[in-house]
Design a protein around this ligand. Sequence first.
Ligand SMILES: Cc1cc2nc3c(=O)[nH]c(=O)nc-3n(C[C@H](O)[C@H](O)[C@H](O)COP(=O)(O)OP(=O)(O)OC[C@H]3O[C@@H](n4cnc5c(N)ncnc54)[C@H](O)[C@@H]3O)c2cc1C
Length: 504
Amino acid sequence: MGVFNEPVALLIADEQMPELSGSDLLRVSRELFPQAKRILLISYTDTHAAIHEINEGRIDYYIVKPWDPPEQCLYPALDDILTGWLITYDPSLTPLRVIDHRWSPKLYEIGRFLARNQVPYQWLDIENRPDALRLLEHLNLNQRKLPVVIFPDGSYLVNPELLQIADKLKLKTHAEKPFYDLIIVGSGPAGLAAAVYGASEGLSALLVEREAPGGQAGLSSRIENYLGFPTGLSGGELARRAVVQAERFGAEIVTPQKACRIKVNGQYRSVIMQDKSEVHCHTLLLACGVSYRQLDVPGISSLVGAGVYYGASVSEAILCKNEDVYIVGGANSAGQAAIYFSKYARSVTMLVRADSLAKDMSWYLINQINHTPNIIVKTNTRVVAVHGKHHLESITIVNDQSQEEQTLPATSLFIFIGAEPYTDWLKRTIKCDEKGFILTGPDLMSAEHHKPEHWQLERDPFYLETSVPGIFAAGDVRHGSIKRVAASVGEGSMAVLLIHRYLG
Ligand SMILES: Cc1cc2nc3c(=O)[nH]c(=O)nc-3n(C[C@H](O)[C@H](O)[C@H](O)COP(=O)(O)OP(=O)(O)OC[C@H]3O[C@@H](n4cnc5c(N)ncnc54)[C@H](O)[C@@H]3O)c2cc1C
């Protein structure tokens, strides 16, 4: 909050000031206004300094002076950055509130759902906020019925399902039409790209998403290697932009809604949803990505959501303010999370099975980790057990070199140990490899270049086409895909071209 008790959205400072450099001012201002966005104004020769500040996570953007014409060089950047701030800030006096205690798995589920759908909310901890108790009393509710979600209009839901919350928030949970040219399952980068390209080229397109647009990329606190965003952008931001773009072209997005089965009937394909509703199409794109691999150690199953978490989104980082956080994993997603958490937590300890981070992590992240004093990296280390009655209380780790075993107090453990496809629901119809990744195009052909079993067309399957004509796959779920945002976007866009060929 600023001097007039107003929130501060954006701080802009000129690097060349008489007594204090702009970067120093922005650095100091972090303490006072942690949520505000920061822009550094620089002359061309200061570009390196600005990039350094971005790498250290101290500024969000830089603008080179002079910014002529402002319509091109200043206003779009300001618009963009202020829109990004606005979605994390709700000016209304009665925002959406969730009352529950810190270790409730349901709070975690609801918080993640709201954050990933970019719905601002306030968490009222029943143990530390007297106003939470007063609110419950006022609603004639008690602490045995939690969580309670209170909406800005004063209505509330007790221990709701996500679909009930989605309905109250007026998210679109059902398709408008019975039939589409293209149905896309999954709205990660591949699905969103297909929706943008498909809809912009005149196809009626429906995107079905079980959680929230953005997919795995939506969990990323900062994607730094996506072309065209030199200062990086968060996964939430990428998803928000892509959703606007897809909807602008007329694509329809339903969420949360899970595709549970597909049916093939002559030239038509159908998707059966979790709520048993059915939607039909000419072509189907499976862009359902991968999900986090589970850590199999004693004690873990009852603590998921109560101190043990798979992946992490912005909402969890705030929950861990001033705590000691443990992160399992040594690849890029674990590295990004460590850097993000280090801004909120007292310390972040990375537990890495390999003997160095260099094995699986990009050098730019290793560099940032090495320069972040509150991140500790323990290599050759595995978690072998987790303990806790109602929530995580401690973890046991072992060093594979020294065989030393230690039990450490811990309240938050975030797991990033790779991912696997969840394609069981379509394996009866679509050919997958032994790990569950979907086979497409040349990978379906036998060594002797024979077409796949049951394939009845004269032509070979198109490059991204599955073992069923007219059903395509793109992104991480596809056998042999490159597991990156840009690669998924590329495949999603390419799929649309092949879909046009199929329809033609
Ligand atoms: C934390 C993290 C950080 C990362 N950082 C980077 C990075 O900096 N740079 C980079 O290039 N890559 C990064 N990656 C990898 C990148 O995010 C993935 O390669 C990319 O998101 C894959 O896109 P996709 O569309 O194929 O699948 P996903 O992103 O996995 O999206 C699939 C979507 O399908 C939905 N879905 C699945 N099954 C169903 C169903 N039955 N019904 C309805 N919906 C369904 C899922 O909910 C999900 O939203 C990161 C990954 C993670 C986890």
